[in-house]
Design a protein around this ligand. Structure first.
Ligand code: NAD
Length: 321
């Protein structure tokens, strides 16, 4: 099967590319490199540097590659930027998605997997939220992910597409960008490797469901190939997470020794000082967890990498750089 991965030069997208290649599929990538990098891609993977907001550019990529399926990861994914620039967020996340769906329909590409977000759809929940939880997005980013699922549902019904929306929880792992506001594991790894303390916002008792990037990539591969339970003409929305809550204080306490160990095995010593506490971030949810039981039933997917192991692998990756 030939799969076009939009946003394939980014963190999650590049793990999807790796997983698809391992399974013997042909892969091409469409990415504007706004946050992704060529360095995330193996040599030989065709990379089309294009903006999903430009319908002609997207159409040209589909015409050139003729994919059987598209895995749509490209997005504006900063919640705070979406608050500051809702129009930009809507252009990339809604218009960009529509351009990709139009190009898929025009090119006869019948299968779409979409990166949605459990983290922003369900709001504050103290127990793992199933997919039936009413959507309650509070940021423009959350709204565009929700609207994205509605568009996907429409295109599936109207054009007979097989569509799957994967609602990720908090994804972490190698290649995550440590410069943004999200990606606390990457941010803390980078800080600690520089010998600086991590800064925890507020009291740090903000509970999240951390899922390892390559596990999320495997969910995408299963969704791209699922035929029996994901039917043409319908959208299937599935949570992808662990259902296990970890707060930021606990997370930092796992990352600090992992960074020290990764540095030591590379012949370096880093100070890994205790964390500082900064001001609380306005609007941060206290607790957010997803229940991924349906993904197990539909895709046979379960997370395989425990948080401590994933953090060790992530710390090692950052230590190598
Ligand atoms: N990381 C998480 O915890 C998380 C959680 C829920 C959902 N998601 C979703 O998963 C997807 C991948 O996120 P990620 O964490 O890998 O982020 P990322 O920033 O590493 O990846 C996004 C990729 O899309 C590309 N891109 C952005 N705007 C584009 C445009 N206009 N045209 C073409 N390419 C564009 C970027 O260059 C980048 O390579 C996104 O849709 C994001 O909203 C991520």
């Amino acid at each position: 099967m030939k799969i076009l991965v939009t946003g394939g030069a980014g963190f999650i997208g590049s793990h999807i590319v790796d997983a698809l290649l391992r399974e013997g599929h042909a892969v091409a990538v469409l990415d504007d490199l706004s946050s992704g990098s060529r360095d995330n891609l193996p040599a030989g993977v065709p990379l089309h540097v294009a903006d999903i907001v430009d319908p002609d550019a997207v159409g040209r990529v589909f015409a050139a590659e003729k994919p059987d399926a598209v895995c749509h990861q490209a997005a504006q994914m900063s919640v705070s930027r979406s608050v500051r620039e809702p129009l930009f967020d809507a252009r990339v996340n809604c218009i960009g998605l529509i351009n990709v769906l139009d190009a898929a329909v025009a090119g006869g590409c019948k299968r779409v997997v979409f990166a949605s977000s459990g983290g922003v759809l369900y709001g504050d929940v103290t127990t793992p939220a199933p997919e039936s939880t009413p959507a309650n997005p509070v940021s423009p980013y959350g709204i565009t992910k929700w609207v994205g699922e509605r568009y996907l549902s429409f295109y599936a019904a109207e054009h007979g597409l097989t569509a799957v929306a994967l609602r990720y929880s908090n994804v972490y792992g190698p290649r995550q960008n440590p410069h943004g506001e999200a990606g606390v594991v990457a941010i803390f790894c980078k800080k600690l490797l520089a010998g600086e303390p991590a800064t925890i916002n507020g009291d740090g008792r903000y509970v999240r469901d951390y899922v390892y990037g390559p596990d999320v990539a495997r969910a995408n591969v299963l969704a791209l190939l699922a035929t029996d339970r994901c039917q043409p003409g319908t959208l299937t929305s599935l949570n992808i997470g662990t259902g296990i809550g970890t707060d930021v204080v606990e997370l930092e306490a796992l990352i600090r020794p992992a960074v020290a160990a990764a540095a030591t095995t590379r012949g370096r010593t880093v100070a890994t000082p205790a964390p500082l506490h900064g001001p609380a971030r306005p609007g941060d949810l206290r607790s957010n967890l997803v229940d991924a039981a349906l993904a197990k039933t539909v895709l046979g997917w379960q997370p395989t990498v425990p948080l401590a192991d994933g953090i060790a692998l992530t710390a090692e990756w950052f230590a190598d750089r």
